[in-house]
Design a protein around this ligand. Structure first.
Ligand code: PEP
Ligand code: MG
Length: 842
């Protein structure tokens, strides 16, 4: 069996056997790029070693057999002046996780030869490093046994003695050293650090590492140096050689961050030809690998050697620019360019993000619910928060829990944090829609009386400055430096390509004319969900509350009609012929009813002043009568429209009136449908109201009526529902809540942490769709709906989640609808899903 390949035998395709680094080095060797000669012991040899504790005999023989080859190519002999590096390299990169061994081949005699070449200091320093690494990595000794004394020569003797005392004699035979190093590299695959890293990064334990043995080149000689280089700027993607260089040092000194290197251009002064050669190699590698490249290199006495090359890690801005420019240069196709950008990262292009290099102290942890970062002074009272924000102060609203009362403050604050809440609770949905960074489930207690926020030992007061990171869920003390959003022309170009490949459209969840405009700018192809109850937050809330609690709703309904009509006119005009889905009222009553405790207090205060309380008492009576034990399963959605048909009649009239005025063809959506009878019943209310209004007007508008599919029963009985619906839109928030029986407002805070810890849940099903349960129900409904030719969309929060979008595409969904700021990432994810699907089916 062949366990050892020379770099001249291997190639790029052999990553499983030679590791990524080994395969890349072999490829570069084949391309004529100057790479120190060497060979690779394969991952098969590693697997054998891990099974048996020994190298296969053939492997040992093959390593020994390759040493003369190495000597020939290097023009040096082991035992004289040839030394080698022995490095690890798995199929998947594990940077800095395992150890590499340098200078193998040095012994008490050869160190003298090296000293003749580079001086005593250099030679004995190299030898001491080898002995120390051998002790620590190969023999497992404590690093403290190898503390430097200031004299490298003295260290060599002391280190050898330490090894001899605790383990055995430090081997003087170069061949024996090399074999020991290969064994040590294979053994370190199972070091705790490596095992933990693989666990955290979901890397297969069985993969094993390859081991490269290469002739050493020295950057720490006179006329030498070492550096790293990118073929394009990894922060911006600009096409120019970018990197760092340091004279008279070895690579380890550079990557460890112990020393401050110079910009790569500094090479031009003393290493002009090596610098030029680096540029040529970077272009050569880019066009061969068709992607941005990263290289580690050494210049030894003016001669350039590439020690490692790989696809460059890059910031998302750079990924976008490099991908678009490479497609325009004809290097890669547009599909490939689209696949190069991670949609989860693309989000950062639209929002402020915390500067990763800034020093910061986390004081509170929670769940990131609406991405982006913001700093401001703490305010715990929404009214006061809004007032302060109006004076130009930057405010972070901090609450025990969120409610619609907070929404006017949210609109003017920089961001918010709450001790409770879930990713799909309505206040969070709204924060996301507004593009406000939001942390929920934060580990803190909020005292509204004193305006203090306590988290562990930290006690914060109103007016103290904090920074919230709505992506990670962290809250930091003070103002932390941030990076501005950096969406570019290239990103626009990439997104325009996305739309031509995607089979699913991306629409917006937009409740106000302002949202609609924002959504259009970010590329929405229509509005997939307008939650009409959200049109009544802020100063309009009392109108909505009256409508819910008044016995005679006429007054409130008349007032609402006019507001609704005007809003629809603006939104229909803004969307200019694109589809607009308006959902009839779906207010979970607990979110919209006046607070009973507050009312009781008000009544008490009025009584104290001997004032009349009849009106307040009536309100309290109605509020108490409407109060439900289980409001999420209560009088909401179409149930409200069935109990109070005048509400849906009013809304239909407002929609049709606006449609007549603008020429729009609205899609009217009925929420919380559980049975075809409900659908039939509500459709009749809508149709009758529309016909009645249009007949009176003697003008006719096109409209259609569809169902929100957000209850398991609706999925199962979708065929009958489809008889009365023109379209389905999955409300995956409620569908997830109802399928699992998990409260979308509380589950995340109450028990998800434990569920994640115990491996019961892997993902938050309110953020990423549960394919097995909720997904299976969706599949049933889609099949039934498609049979009747219905248009089918998703309007729950999952419609903006890239991983869920991939799944929706596989189900044949026609569109997803999400909050405006999530639209670009959703467009990218939709295109990637279509490209992947095409790739699989072709
Ligand atoms: C849903 O349940 O997914 C949905 C879109 O409706 P809401 O979030 O308004 O309940
Ligand atoms: Mg819903």
């Amino acid at each position: 069996m062949k366990y050892v390949y020379t770099l001249q035998e291997g190639g790029k395709r052999m990553t499983s056997l030679l590791g990524e680094k080994g395969a890349n080095l072999a490829e570069m060797t084949a391309m004529g790029i100057p790479v120190p000669p060497g060979f690779v012991a394969t991952t098969d040899a590693c697997a054998y070693f891990l099974r048996t504790g020994n190298l296969p005999e053939e492997c040992e023989a093959q390593i020994k057999g390759r040493l003369p080859y190495l000597e020939d190519l290097a023009g040096k002999k082991l035992g004289e002046t040839l030394t080698v590096s022995v490095r690890y390299g798995a199929k998947v990169s594990m940077p800095g996780i395992m150890e590499s061994i340098l200078n193998a081949g040095l012994n008490d005699e050869t160190v003298k030869n090296l000293a003749r070449e580079g001086g005593d200091n250099f030679a004995y320093d190299s030898y001491a490093r080898l002995i120390k690494t051998f002790g620590v990595v190969i023999l497992g000794m404590a690093p403290e046994k190898f503390l430097p004394s200031g004299s490298a020569k003295r260290d060599c003797d002391a280190f050898k003695k330490a090894i001899e005392k605790e383990k055995r004699r430090f081997p003087q035979d170069p061949e024996e050293q090399i074999l020991e190093c290969v064994r040590g590299i294979f053994r370190s695959w199972n070091s705790q650090k490596a095992v933990d890293y693989r666990k955290n990064n979901a890397i297969d334990n069985a993969m094993g590492t390859a081991c490269m043995v290469q002739a050493m080149v020295y950057g720490n000689l006179a006329g030498s140096g070492t550096g790293v280089c990118f073929s394009r700027d990894p922060s911006t993607g600009k096409k120019k050689l970018y990197g760092e260089f340091i004279s008279r040092r070895q690579g380890e000194d550079l990557v460890s961050g112990r020393l401050t290197p110079q910009p790569l251009e500094s090479m031009k002064r003393s290493f002009l030809s090596a610098y030029a050669e680096l540029g040529t190699i970077a272009s050569l590698l880019e066009s061969r690998c068709r992607d941005m490249q990263y290289m580690e290199f050494t210049v030894e006495k003016g001669r350039l050697y590439v020690l490692e090359a790989a696809t460059a890690k890059r910031a998302v801005q750079a990924a976008v620019r490099a991908a678009v420019e490479m497609a325009e240069e004809g290097f890669i196709t547009r599909e490939e360019a689209i696949m190069r950008v991670n949609p989860y990262e693309a989000d950062a292009l639209l929002r402020k993000t915390i500067d990763a290099t800034a020093s910061k102290i986390v004081i509170i942890r929670g769940t990131g619910a609406a991405p982006g970062a913001a700093s401001g002074e703490i305010a715990t009272d929404p009214k006061k928060a809004a007032e302060l924000a109006a004076t130009g102060r930057k405010i972070i609203l901090v609450r025990k829990e969120t409610s619609p009362d907070d929404i006017p403050a949210m609109a003017v604050c920089q961001g918010m944090a709450a001790a409770t809440g879930g990713a799909t609770s309505h206040a969070v949905v709204i924060a996301r829609g507004m593009g406000k960074p939001c942390v929920i489930g934060a580990d803190m207690s909020v005292d509204y009386e004193t305006g203090t926020v306590s988290a562990g030992a930290a006690v914060l007061k109103e007016g103290d400055t904090v920074t919230v990171d709505g992506s990670t869920g962290e809250i930091f003390a003070g103002e932390v430096p941030m990076k501005e959003p950096s969406a570019s022309n290239e990103f626009e170009t990439l997104l325009s390509w996305c739309d031509s490949f995607a089979s699913m459209k991306v629409l917006a969840n937009a409740d106000t004319p302002k949202d609609a405009e924002k959504a259009l700018k970010l590329g929405a192809r229509g509005i997939g969900l307008c939650r009409t109850e959200h049109m009544f937050f802020g100063e309009r809330l009392p109108m909505m509350q009256r409508m819910i609690i008044d016995d005679d709703k006429t007054g409130a309904l008349d007032a609402m009609l006019e507001f609704q009509k005007q809003d629809f006119i603006v939104m229909f005009k803004a969307m200019n012929g694109l589809p607009v889905t308006v959902r009839l009222l779906d207010p979970p009553l607990h979110e919209f009813l006046p607070d009973a405790d507050k009312l009781t207090q008000e009544i008490a205060a009025l009584r104290k002043e001997d004032k009349d309380t009849i009106q307040e008492e009536k309100i309290l009576e109605n509020v108490s009568a409407l109060r439900e034990k289980n409001p999420m399963m209560g009088l909401r959605g179409c149930r409200l429209g069935i109990v109070f048909p005048e509400i849906y009649r009013m809304q239909t009239k407002a929609i049709i009136d606006a449609a007549l005025e603008t020429g729009a063809s609205p899609e009217i959506m009925v929420p919380m449908i559980s049975s075809w009878k409900e659908m039939e019943h509500v459709k009749k209310i809508i149709d009758d109201a529309a016909q009645d209004f249009m007949t009176k007007q003697k003008r006719w508008a096109n409209y259609s009526v569809g169902a929100t599919i957000e209850l398991p029963r609706a999925c199962i009985t979708a065929e009958r529902i489809a008889e009365h619906a023109a379209f389905f839109s999955f409300g995956t928030n409620d569908l997830t809540q109802a399928t699992y029986g998990f409260s979308r407002d509380d589950a995340e805070k109450k028990f998800f942490t434990k569920y994640f810890k115990d491996g019961i849940l892997e993902e938050n099903p309110f953020a990423t769709i549960d394919r097995h349960g909720v997904g299976a129900l969706m599949r049933i409904a889609i099949e039934k709906g498609k049979r009747k030719g219905l248009k089918i969309g998703v309007c729950g929060e999952h419609g903006g989640d890239p991983f869920s979008i991939e799944f929706f595409n596989s189900l044949g969904i026609d569109y997803v609808s999400c909050s405006p700021y999530r639209i670009p990432a959703a467009r990218l994810a939709a295109a990637q899903a279509a490209i992947r699907k095409k790739g699989i089916s072709s």
